[in-house]
Write a protein that binds this ligand. Structure first.
Ligand code: ACO
Length: 327
C-alpha cells in the first residue's frame, strides 16, 4: 500500500484590531520609526486587547481555516497548538480552543513549545500522526499574545514583537507527491541563553527576579545564528528532496527581521520576489508568524496548484526547522 499524502485543506488567520505604530512606541521608549524600520523592516504591529487571549485569537484563525477547508469542527480528531504564550500554564491552550470551536471530546489536543519554529514543529507532528493512520483530520494553529511577555520599558525588544494567530486544516490524500513532502527539524540547546523568559510556570528553576517574566534577548548573536541556521535548514531540505532553490515558487520564512530574510535570499541566490514578507505590518509574532504569512499568501493568490513552497524558521531554543509543501 502506498503511503497517503498529508495535505493542507484550508488556511486561516486572525490579528487583533489595534495597530501600534513605531511612532506610538517612540512616545514611551527612546526609539524612532527610522531606527526600528532600518534595523528590522517593521513599521507597525497588532496588539491584543487586555481581555483578548491567545485562545481567542487561535479560535478565530482556526474557524477561518475550517471554513476555507469546508471542514466541520466535528470532523477534527487532532488539535495541535504551537505557542509560548498560552492563556495560562495549565490547562493547555488547545483544550480551551477545542471548547471554543466545538471540536469533539474524542479529539487529541495538546500544545507544543518550539518558540518561533513552533508552527513547523506542529505541522510535522500533526502530519506524522495523520500518516500513522490513527487520525483523520487535524487543525494546526500557531498563536501568540507576545505583548503579555514583552517588557515595554526595554527598547531593545519591545519594538520587535506583535500578537496574532494562523491556522491550517490537514487531511489525507491519495494523490502522490502532494502536501508535506519533507521536513527538517533541529535544536541547539547550547544557545538557550540567547532568548528566554526566566520566570515561568516552574518557579524552582530560576529564583524569581524583577521583570523575570519578560522575554530577554541577545539580538546581535541571534541575528548571526538565525541567518546561518535558516540558510542551512533551507539547503538541507532542498538537497534531501533533490530540488534546486529556483524550483521553489515561494519561500515563507519566519518573519523576525527583514534583514535576516534579505540575507537568506542572497545566500540561496533566490530573488526577494520569491519570499513572502509581511513583517512590516505585524512584527515578529513567533509561532503565529508562518501560518499568518501562509494564509495571506494563499488568499492573495501567491500560491497556485502544483507550486512548491518552502517554510523556514528559527526561534528560542535555539530551534530551527524547514518544510516543503507541494500544493
Ligand atoms: N531604538 C533605538 N536604539 C536602540 C533600540 C531601539 N529600539 N534598540 C537598541 N538600540 C541601541 C542599542 O542600545 C545599541 O546602542 P549602543 O551601540 O550604544 O549599545 C544599538 O542600538 C544597537 O544597534 P545595532 O548594532 O545597529 O543593532 P542591530 O543591527 O544588531 O539590530 C536588532 C538590532 C534589530 C535587535 C537585531 O539584532 C535583530 O533583529 N536580531 C535578531 C532578533 C530576532 O530575530 N529575534 C527573534 C528570535 S525568534 C523567537 O523565537 C522569538
Amino acid at each position: 500500500m502506498t503511503p497517503r499524502s498529508t495535505v493542507i485543506l484550508g488556511t486561516g488567520s486572525y490579528t487583533p484590531e489595534r495597530v501600534v505604530t513605531n511612532e506610538e512606541i517612540s512616545r514611551t521608549v527612546d526609539t524612532s520609526d527610522e531606527w526600528i524600520h532600518s534595523r528590522s523592516g517593521i513599521r507597525e504591529r497588532r496588539i491584543a486587547a487586555p481581555d483578548e487571549h491567545t485562545s481567542d485569537m487561535a479560535a478565530a484563525a482556526g474557524r477561518r481555516a475550517l471554513d476555507a477547508a469546508g471542514v466541520a469542527p466535528a470532523e477534527i480528531d487532532l488539535l495541535v497548538v504551537a505557542t509560548i504564550t498560552p492563556d495560562m500554564p495549565m490547562p493547555a491552550a488547545s483544550c480551551l480552543i477545542q471548547h471554543k470551536l466545538g471540536i469533539p471530546t474524542n479529539a487529541a489536543c495538546f500544545d507544543l513549545n518550539a518558540a518561533c519554529t513552533g508552527f513547523v514543529y506542529a505541522l510535522d507532528t500533526a502530519c506524522a500522526m495523520l500518516a500513522s493512520g490513527r487520525y483523520r483530520k487535524a487543525l494546526v494553529i500557531g498563536a501568540e499574545k507576545l505583548s503579555s511577555v514583552i517588557d515595554w520599558q526595554d527598547r531593545t525588544t519591545c519594538v520587535l514583537f506583535g500578537d496574532g494567530a494562523g491556522a491550517v486544516v490537514i487531511g489525507l490524500s491519495d494523490e502522490p507527491d502532494k502536501g508535506l513532502l519533507a521536513t527538517k527539524l533541529g535544536s541547539m540547546g547550547e544557545n538557550a541563553d540567547l532568548l528566554y523568559i526566566p520566570n515561568g510556570s516552574s518557579p524552582s528553576t530560576y529564583a524569581a527576579s524583577a521583570r523575570g517574566h519578560f522575554l530577554k534577548m541577545k539580538g546581535k548573536e541571534i541575528f548571526k545564528l538565525a541567518v546561518r541556521v535558516m540558510d542551512e535548514a533551507a539547503r538541507d531540505i532542498l538537497e534531501q528532496h533533490h530540488l534546486r532553490a529556483d524550483q521553489i515558487s515561494l519561500v515563507i520564512p519566519h518573519q523576525a527581521n527583514l534583514r535576516i530574510i534579505e540575507a537568506i535570499s542572497e545566500y540561496l541566490e533566490l530573488p526577494m520576489e520569491r519570499f513572502f514578507v509581511n513583517v512590516e505590518r505585524y512584527g515578529n509574532t513567533s509561532a503565529a508568524s508562518i501560518p499568518l504569512a501562509l494564509d495571506e499568501a494563499r488568499r492573495s493568490g501567491r500560491i497556485k496548484s502544483d507550486d512548491v513552497t518552502l517554510l523556514v524558521a528559527f526561534g528560542a531554543g535555539l530551534t530551527y526547522g524547514s518544510a516543503l509543501i507541494r500544493w
